[in-house]
Design a protein around this ligand. Structure first.
Ligand code: AMP
Length: 193
């Protein structure tokens, strides 16, 4: 069994970038619910049609849809040897559902990338110009940060209360700077098994 790590942290903190780098370094799949949902929207699947307007508004796609999508993904062969989850769970209900899904194997720990709020907005606005994501306009960005505070931040209490440590890494500096911190943190922790 390889490593099973959750990436937490607000939108714009760089968790997608860091999760992708770390997943390839560890040789485990990077499972990003945001990427999976964007691809469902692009392909016009049933799920994509249900998710599109919600994502554009910056709200959370209903738990049952996202939990089913993740459960299916974790059942694929490549996830048997570990995974990095990025963008899931996004609230306590999803964390409880994940716990049921992974059972006794559990997850090792959650890693949060921290960046100050004004820097997050600046980064998200510049990403909007670069990538043209429909949920990177100013109003949606504000909404996504609110949703993060109200829905996702409670996980910083929920996980420690349930025996899962949340470790934080500073997200300022270059991608390489942050990745160095992530790798050092991982090296220091070793494997919990
Ligand atoms: P992300 O790329 O992780 O920032 O996600 C982009 C958007 O996809 C979010 O603003 C939500 O609308 C949706 N989304 C991603 N992950 C989840 C999740 N775990 N639960 C609900 N909605 C999600």
């Amino acid at each position: 069994m390889g490593r099973r790590i959750l990436f937490l942290g607000p939108p714009g903190a760089g968790k997608g970038t860091q999760a992708a780098l770390l997943a390839s370094a560890l040789g485990v799949p990077h499972i990003s619910t945001g990427d999976m949902l964007r691809s469902a929207v692009a392909q016009g699947t049933d799920l994509g049609r249900k998710a599109e307007a919600i994502m554009t508004a910056g709200d959370l796609v209903p738990d049952d849809l996202v939990v089913a999508m993740v459960a299916e993904r974790l059942g694929e062969a490549d996830a048997v040897c570990g995974y990095l989850l990025d963008g899931f769970p996004r609230n306590v209900a999803q964390a409880v559902a994940l716990d049921r899904e992974v059972g006794a194997d559990g997850i090792e720990f959650a890693l949060s990338i921290e960046v100050a709020a004004d820097e997050l907005v600046r980064r998200l606005l510049s990403r909007a110009t670069e990538l043209g994501r429909s949920d990177d306009n100013e109003e949606t960005i504000r909404r996504r940060l609110e949703v993060y505070q109200s829905e996702t931040e409670p996980l910083f209490d929920h996980y420690p209360d349930h025996g899962v440590e949340v470790v934080t890494v500073g997200g300022t500096g270059t991608i390489d700077d942050v990745f160095t911190r992530v790798v050092l943190l991982l090296a220091g922790r070793g494997r919990d098994e």
